[in-house]
Write a protein that binds this ligand. Structure first.
Ligand SMILES: Cc1cc2nc3c(=O)[nH]c(=O)nc-3n(C[C@H](O)[C@H](O)[C@H](O)COP(=O)(O)O)c2cc1C
Length: 215
């Protein structure tokens, strides 16, 4: 949340997981979403987190040790705390948002590794979830997330859905930290000829605009 003339300016964090920039199928749909979103919410800031341009910290042995300390309910000190500075900065940036938009292609039936790496960095005990006597409790409650996805193939039949590890995974991991209000806009198939691709992108853009109206 940004302070703006004494007001809290709300923030939509747009997490981009395709490296294809202007060539991206997914981002054509996200742009349609954002056009409407910006018009509807002139009081919101839209911040872009392009994972292709981020030097995301790797989970080294020290950083993993830090995670286990936190899982054990301890705080970080000394070199572990230092090793965690970059992780904490990413967590704070994530938590500074009031709502999320993820733009992601399907890669190998799942999400691109940059997005998986980002998830492995930010989903941390004490910050995004905690253990209580009754079980796990997500700490990112009450925030909406829209996911715009595109796929070369089509994952609609019962058989094909079995190998879609993109939507179920994103629902599971963000649900785990308390983000349960999730909307998916999926363009598929992108790899069955240009005509179908254009038609499916246009359909997804229409749906994205509709969802952005009420997001
Ligand atoms: C590394 C890589 C892996 C991919 N794996 C799949 C896949 O498992 N299933 C699928 O349907 N499409 C797959 N695709 C195709 C993309 O999902 C599809 O082209 C998508 O529209 C790309 O989105 P973008 O243009 O926003 O990057 C893959 C593409 C790449 C580059």
């Amino acid at each position: 949340m940004q302070l703006y003339g004494g007001w809290h300016m709300k923030k939509l964090l747009h997490i981009i997981a395709t490296p294809r920039g202007e060539e991206s199928n997914t981002l054509r749909i996200s742009e349609a979403f954002l056009d409407v979103f910006r018009t509807k919410h002139p009081d919101w800031a839209v911040e872009e987190l392009n994972l292709a341009n981020e030097a995301l910290p790797s989970l080294t042995i020290k950083r993993v040790d830090g995670k286990y300390e936190l899982l054990a309910g301890k705080d970080l000190h000394g070199e572990l705390k230092e090793a965690w500075q970059e992780i904490v900065a990413h967590i704070q940036r994530f938590l500074s948002a009031d709502a999320y938009l993820i733009s992601t292609p399907m890669w190998n039936f799942s999400i691109p590794y940059t997005l998986k790496k980002y998830i492995d960095i930010i989903i941390q005990p004490k910050y995004l979830f905690r253990y209580t006597q009754t079980g796990v409790e997500g700490l990112v409650n009450g925030r909406k997330m829209a996911v715009i996805a595109s796929r070369g193939g089509e994952y609609i039949s019962q058989e094909a859905r079995k190998i879609d590890f993109q939507e179920p995974y994103l629902r599971a991991i963000f649900g785990f930290v308390g983000i349960t209000d999730m909307t998916f806009i999926v363009a598929q198939p992108m790899g069955m000829g240009l005509e179908i691709q254009e038609q499916k992108i246009e359909e997804a853009q229409k749906l994205a605009k509709k969802i952005a109206e009420v997001f």
